[in-house]
Design a protein around this ligand. Structure first.
Ligand SMILES: Nc1ncnc2c1ncn2[C@@H]1O[C@H](COP(=O)(O)OP(=O)(O)OP(=O)(O)O)[C@@H](O)[C@H]1O
Length: 879
């Protein structure tokens, strides 16, 4: 049975106690002394000392009497092992008094203010306590508490003794603190030394985790720790490691979620810790105030740990993450920081090792991938290699690749996983066929960023921030988020690799994308070359088709007849033609049939600066109405049934040269509008084409109709008429310039004598008289044909008989009669064959040849051509 000291005895002993106080070095000495001198005073049952920790926010307690009944509680365990919050509404109140405070346990308990660690004392019969603050340098650094089971009043004398003891104790608190600091530093040193030794033996993440677990246990009296690593841009974090048994993290239920995802830094938590050297100490109340995202850290608190210390991890001046440690009792900041700094180095080393290992594996994989890609010969093989690669690198198989189209402004899907779930979905074919604009769309964003980008399809479509043309399709096939990685070769962005987001290592994705980009660009280039070769072949074929026409044009250009005839009317015409030839003006040549309108057109072209280019003739009367459009403007492949190849129109053929629109009066009205547009805009659009083509063409039009009258009667557009009628030239009919007939007759006799090899040179006066008195409804052409016949039929050097058609012979003497010229059956056949040959551009055999049109065998037609004396130059250059 312990002997109780009386109050008087204590007072007598005070001097003794005072002397002993100065030999106190640590809190245990103090406990011992106070216990010895005061603890045994009746009516105190036991007593306790607590000191505020260095962080100023928590305090630790220790007992005067190690064997006291309040040493441990079921909730807290050994109460002296723990730290408690200063601001618990109890402790901070006691600190606010300078004089002893008497606290009744029952009252506190009723108000719910009795701290957990005091509850067991209450249960074992403690009635009240007398608490007094300890001072150091006028600062409250802790308190002394004396517990009383006695329900009686505390005497003033006892209070005086308590206050006196505390006054003495306060004198040595500083010494205790300094001394304890020194001890703590020594302890830290040895602990850290052993830590660095142990860390040097750690090789991998599992080893590090196990070691941290042990050390945390030893240093912080806790099991809970976690390491969050932040990304280089300090925007996100990922939980890299948690305590071995994960008890604390998993307790909150959010650990598994946290560990797998890269999360945005929690504002007010991560940023606060990352910004300072000192650890940040989160008490229970701090923890409760954290946002929901910090749930993963709350588990430990719920399990009764008081503090969560967050200390930033730094290596080589770089902040790399945060070490979270649950602390059971106060540990100096310096120790936590030193611990964190060693852990930071160890984590960096392990990560570097992991990185080296990962890179080596990746390098090997990339190398084999590059080889396989290089071996892919076509799109199909390439698709198979990409499939395999994405699967092995990212465990992703479903992908799509879009490439920039040749127009440079749009992109289209090009390659995809053929086993993907979406390829049979409705709309897939439309998405594949679409040309999607790059500007304003996700592709532009990816190109601008240069980094893989994750798109939240739904929110983009709702907010309309980006023109996501394929977005609705992705949503319809259950892909709400899609990741796009740029495919580029050198400085050229050639496309985008699309896939569903997953645990994707972006650096690796970039490396893989680079490889894919090279392969895609090679295959696309090959495809484009093949396409160009096909187009070149088409052009070649087309050019061959045009060759005939062009050859004839050239022959015509170089062999055409010069104007013959010096009549006054013709002198005027020559004058007009020579004037207009040099200009670029549109010329409208009017005149009856056979008056030489085409000859005039050629004379204008030959006298113009365009003479070295072609004059392309379009006969608006003979061209089939359905094809006249494509004849003039050309067509794209597939623009109408039968348009198997792309074909240039006459406008394009005449570029830089002259386009001669013969028989313009016959042109259908709807085409007149198109022609007018082409003349005004100086550009054309191929049938079925989407782009316009600039053309530089001089227009000469001719007609034997009265165009002004046609306009009046609504058969010819007025606006087109005005545009064509810039420089009208009207050729006189032959009957109005009979003085030209002799010279024309001589000209034609010589021409056909030369052509047929017949020696015919003259014409009798009688015959010439007959010719000059004829009214020539077919004008010079009719004269020419008649003279050709004369040469063919003549048996002497002189033509004395003119083989007028019978009716003509009858009417030759009466020209006033306006009877039409009646052809013989032979003439009719001959003209008809010439007409059809013209239409077929001289082609006799084949599907589009004249024989087929005329419904006779080729041999029969050839025989008729020979028999009727049809010469090549008569066909398809003349009518
Ligand atoms: N003044 C001329 N001198 C020589 N030959 C001429 C003359 N005028 C016309 N010809 C010849 O007459 C024939 C018909 O001429 P061209 O085809 O130019 O007439 P056109 O007015 O265009 O006829 P159409 O209105 O029927 O198209 C051609 O062979 C042409 O060489």
């Amino acid at each position: 049975m312990e002997k109780k000291i009386t109050e008087e005895g204590f007072c007598r002993n005070l001097k003794n106690i005072y002397e002993q106080l100065f030999s106190v070095r640590d809190r245990y000495d103090l406990i011992y002394l106070i216990n010895k001198s005061l603890g045994g005073i009746d009516p105190f049952s036991h007593s306790m000392v607590s000191l505020v920790n260095k962080d100023g926010r928590s305090y630790s307690v220790f007992l005067l009497k190690p064997g006291s009944p309040v040493q441990s509680t079921p909730e807290t365990g050994i109460i002296s092992d723990k730290s408690y919050s200063v601001n618990d509404g109890f402790y901070d109140q006691i600190l606010s008094f300078d004089t002893p405070v008497i606290c009744h346990f029952q009252e506190l308990s009723l108000k719910g203010k009795l701290p957990t660690y005091l509850k067991s004392g209450y249960v074992t019969g403690v009635d009240k306590m007398v608490a007094v603050s300890l001072n150091s340098d006028n600062q409250k650094v802790g308190n002394l508490v004396f517990f009383m089971k006695d329900k009686g009043e505390v005497s003033a004398k006892l209070l005086h003794i308590v206050q006196e003891t505390v006054r003495l104790a306060s004198l040595v608190v500083d010494n205790i603190i300094i001394n304890e600091d020194m001890k703590a530093r020594e302890l830290e040193k040895s602990l850290l030394l052993s830590l660095s030794k142990d860390l040097s033996a750690v090789r991998d993440k599992a080893g590090l985790s196990a070691l941290i677990n042990i050390k945390v246990n030893g240093l912080f009296h806790s099991k809970g720790f976690a390491i969050d690593l932040i990304d280089d841009r300090r925007k996100t974090f990922r939980t890299y490691m948690v305590d071995g048994d994960r008890a604390l993290m998993e307790h909150s239920g959010s650990y598994s979620f946290m560990n797998e995802r890269e999360m945005p830094l929690i504002s007010g938590l991560h940023d606060r810790i990352l910004g300072i050297d000192d650890p940040v100490c989160l008490l229970r109340e701090d923890m409760m105030a954290l946002p929901e995202e910090a749930d993963y850290l709350r588990g430990g608190t719920e399990m009764g740990r008081l503090h969560l210390m967050g200390t930033r991890l730094r290596t080589a001046g770089q902040t790399t993450g945060i070490l979270w440690v649950y602390v059971g009792r106060y540990v100096p900041f310096s120790l936590t920081m030193a611990f964190a700094s060693q852990i930071a180095v160890a984590v960096a080393n392990i990560k570097a090792n992991e990185e080296i290992g990962r890179r080596e594996t990746e390098k090997a994989l990339l190398l084999s991938f590059a080889n396989e890609l290089a071996a892919a010969k076509d799109k199909k093989q390439l698709g198979a290699v990409i499939n395999k690669c994405l699967q092995s690198f990212f465990l992703v198989k479903e992908y799509m690749i879009s490439v920039r189209n040749a127009d440079g402004i749009s992109h289209s899907f090009y390659l995809y996983d053929e086993s993907a779930h979406f390829i049979n979905a409705p709309g897939f074919q439309n998405v594949m066929a679409a040309k999607m604009a790059i500007a304003g769309g996700p592709v532009e964003r990816i190109y601008q960023e240069g980094e893989p980008l994750l798109f939240d399809v739904r929110s983009i479509l709702e907010s309309k921030t980006i023109k996501f043309e394929s977005g609705p399709f992705w949503l319809s096939v259950g892909i709400p988020q899609i990741l796009g990685a740029m495919l580029s070769v050198g400085n050229e962005n050639i496309g985008v690799l699309w896939m569903e987001p997953d645990q994707i290592n972006r650096e690796l994705l970039k490396a893989v994308s680079n490889q894919i980009a090279i392969a895609i660009s090679n295959i696309v280039a090959n495809e484009r070359i093949s396409q160009h070769i096909a187009e070149i072949n088409t052009y070649k074929k087309q050019l061959e088709e045009e060759k005939l026409y062009l050859q004839e044009e050239i022959v015509n250009a170089y062999n055409h007849t010069e104007f013959v005839g010096d009549s006054q009317e013709m002198q005027k015409i020559y004058h007009l033609l020579s004037h207009v030839a040099f200009t670029n003006s549109t010329v409208l040549i009017l005149g009856e049939t056979g008056t030489g309108k085409e000859l005039a057109a050629r004379a204008i072209h030959d006298g113009s600066p365009r003479k070295d280019k072609l004059m392309i003739k379009v006969n608006c009367a003979t061209m089939p109405a359905s094809l006249i459009d494509s004849e003039l403007f050309g067509h794209e492949r597939g623009s109408f049934t039968g348009a198997f190849e792309r074909r240039l129109g006459k406008f394009e053929l005449a570029n830089k040269g002259t386009l001669f629109l013969d028989e313009i009066g016959e042109m259908p009205l709807e085409l007149q509008a198109k022609l007018l547009r082409a003349l005004q805009e100086k550009e054309i659009e191929r049938v079925g084409g989407k782009t316009t083509i600039k053309v530089d063409v001089r227009i000469i039009a001719a007609t034997n109709r009265d165009l002004a009258q046609e306009v009046k009667e609504g058969r010819f557009r007025r606006d087109l008429f005005y545009r064509l009628n810039v420089f009208p030239v009207t050729l006189p009919p032959l009957r109005e310039r009979v003085e030209d007939i002799p010279v024309l007759v001589t000209h034609f006799i010589n021409k056909y004598a030369r052509n047929t090899g017949k020696k015919v040179h003259h014409i009798s006066d009688k015959a010439l008289n007959e010719l000059t008195s004829y009214h020539w409804p077919g004008n010079v052409r009719e004269l020419e044909h008649l003279m050709e016949r004369c040469v063919l039929l003549s048996r002497s050097k002189t033509i004395s008989e003119i083989p007028f058609p019978i009716t003509e012979k009858l009417i030759a003497s009466s020209p006033a009669d306006d009877l039409p010229y009646i052809k013989t059956i032979r003439e009719n056949e001959r003209d008809h064959i010439i007409h059809v040959l013209n239409y077929c551009k001289g082609k006799v055999a084949g599907l589009q040849g004249a024989a087929a049109w005329l419904g006779v065998p080729v041999s029969t037609l050839n025989a008729r051509i020979k028999k009727l004396g049809i010469q090549k130059e008569m066909t398809f250059t003349k009518k």
